[in-house]
Design a protein around this ligand. Structure first.
Ligand code: MN
Ligand code: MN
Length: 474
């Protein structure tokens, strides 16, 4: 790590590029780090795929499954590396510290769900000689962005006997892709008069998946294109139409992450929100060895629909896992659990809006994040007078500011757009309910929630360094 002599003043910090401080060696590290991230984000396009990949990488780094430790009647001691998997969609990773847990943890929390189109329970139908799939969009999407682009299908189909069949269609070079059609401009006179929010309606986000009819046989002439698709699905995956009812199939942009910009300084990918913060959190935790305070990375599901459900941040999963760990350390009582949570410090690792010169009117320049200026702290989010915001304490921000400067991390502060322009939220407020210090901090993006989002490689690298510095020093 190269100390940045130009750091030290918040105002100065807002007037420099992270790029300025890199020598060639560091520049190579920035680019190399993004190659690992591009591989990850290209293949991990659902929460389940993220959890699976993180577990595989964590096991290579000496992490053990907490369930196994419990089943074997083992114990937990300082230096141990553990993970807990919640239904394959949420993951908690721990590096146990030398100090007692009740002194508090250092927690990085990111979400691994992203906006997309989910297939409905009864999705498949035939209309005018085409086989189609009904969808219900997930999270905040601008619907017009999802038409006329190549889409892939990722997810699982669970058979009645419990067998889980994993599906990925549309990612290999010779795979077919699917998509939602848009209206030709020639006939779009009425559509073009509509408000942008009404140009493409949610119920019209239907996916076209085929057009060849099965040969007409004894069972008549009806829905032969649909029947042919069912035949193909049965051949490849052994599934029938009824199996869609116990499936989670997510329709996402097809294709890999790409370098963006002639200087290759940025990454364009599906799902930066919030896998870019999940990946950098994970990488920061992997670099931690024998910490004083127990270090945690939380990868949660359902943030984009309000952090609800058993795999969302409002679930008791994390608290329960912590109780198990305290128990395995040999001295469980509820007071230790409560103190461990209340004495913790957390970074709610989530993306921020990067200033976009194409849309300057929604931002206030002095309090915006800029691509290439580093890890972005959002003291508060919310909307209409900070409503619903976590609004972190000044004392906590001061502590983090000192840590970031000590480690030469490029960082900036921002809020999400102009006052009363709109707003957003994260998981920050949920863990704050335990009485711990929490602040939002992450990578600024262009195109947030669009099928293809853009992040700066410098910011991705600085996020990892900032998260590491936090785990070591906060
Ligand atoms: Mn997010
Ligand atoms: Mn989001």
């Amino acid at each position: 790590m190269i100390p940045d002599k130009k750091q030290g003043s918040d105002i100065m910090n807002n007037y420099q590029y992270a790029w300025d401080k890199y020598n060639q060696e560091e520049m190579d590290r920035v680019f190399l780090f993004s190659e690992g991230y591009k591989d990850f984000i290209s293949k991990c396009k659902t929460e389940r795929e993220c959890v699976k990949e993180f577990i595989a990488m964590a096991e290579k780094n000496g992490f053990r499954d907490l369930e196994t430790v419990i089943a074997e009647g083992g114990s937990v001691k300082p230096g141990d590396r553990l993970y807990a998997n919640n239904m394959g969609k949420t993951l908690a990773l721990f590096v146990i510290g030398t100090q007692p847990l009740e002194k508090g943890m250092r927690i990085l929390g990111a979400h691994i769900d992203s906006p997309r189109l989910d297939l409905k329970q009864n999705p498949l139908y035939e209309d005018t000689y085409l086989a189609m799939l009904e969808t219900h969009y997930y999270g905040g999407v601008k619907k017009y962005q999802w038409v006329a682009i190549p889409l892939a299908i990722h997810g699982v189909v669970v058979k009645k006997d419990g067998n889980v069949i994993e599906v990925v269609i549309g990612e290999e070079d010779d795979d077919p892709v699917v998509g939602v059609s848009d209206l030709l401009i020639h006939l779009a006179a009425d559509q073009m008069e509509k408000k942008l929010s009404k140009g493409i309606e949610g119920e019209d986000l239907n996916i076209c998946i085929g057009s060849i009819p099965i040969k007409a046989g004894n069972d008549g002439e009806k829905e032969r294109v649909k029947k042919n698709i069912l035949r193909l699905l049965n051949q490849k995956y052994g599934i029938t139409e009824e199996d869609f009812v116990s499936a989670e199939l997510e329709v996402v942009p097809a294709g890999k992450a790409r370098d963006y910009g002639l200087d290759r300084s940025m990454v364009m990918a599906y799902g930066h929100d919030d896998r870019v913060c999940a990946y950098t959190s994970f990488e920061a935790l992997m670099r931690i060895k024998n910490p004083e305070k127990t270090c945690v990375a939380l990868m949660v599901d359902k943030e984009e629909i309000g952090s609800v459900g058993a795999t969302g941040m409002t679930s008791r999963f994390f608290e329960n896992v912590l109780a198990e760990i305290i128990n395995l350390m040999g001295n469980y009582n509820e007071l230790i659990l409560r103190r461990a949570l209340a004495n913790s410090r957390m970074l709610s690792c989530d993306v921020s809006a990067g200033f976009d010169p194409n849309y300057p009117s929604v931002m206030e320049k002095r309090n915006s994040a800029y691509l290439g200026k580093g890890l972005t702290f959002n003291k508060y989010t919310g909307s209409r007078g900070k409503s619903g915001s976590n609004d972190a304490n000044a004392e906590y921000m001061a502590c983090l500011r000192a840590i970031m400067d000590k480690h030469g991390v490029s960082w900036q502060t921002a809020e999400l757009g102009k006052v009363d322009q709109g707003g957003g939220g994260t998981v920050a407020y949920i863990l704050a309910e335990y009485g711990m210090e929490v602040i939002d901090c992450g990578v600024p993006l262009h195109n947030m929630h669009a099928p293809w989002e853009v992040a700066s490689k410098a910011d991705i690298y600085e996020a990892m360094r900032g998260y590491y510095a936090f785990l070591m020093e906060a």
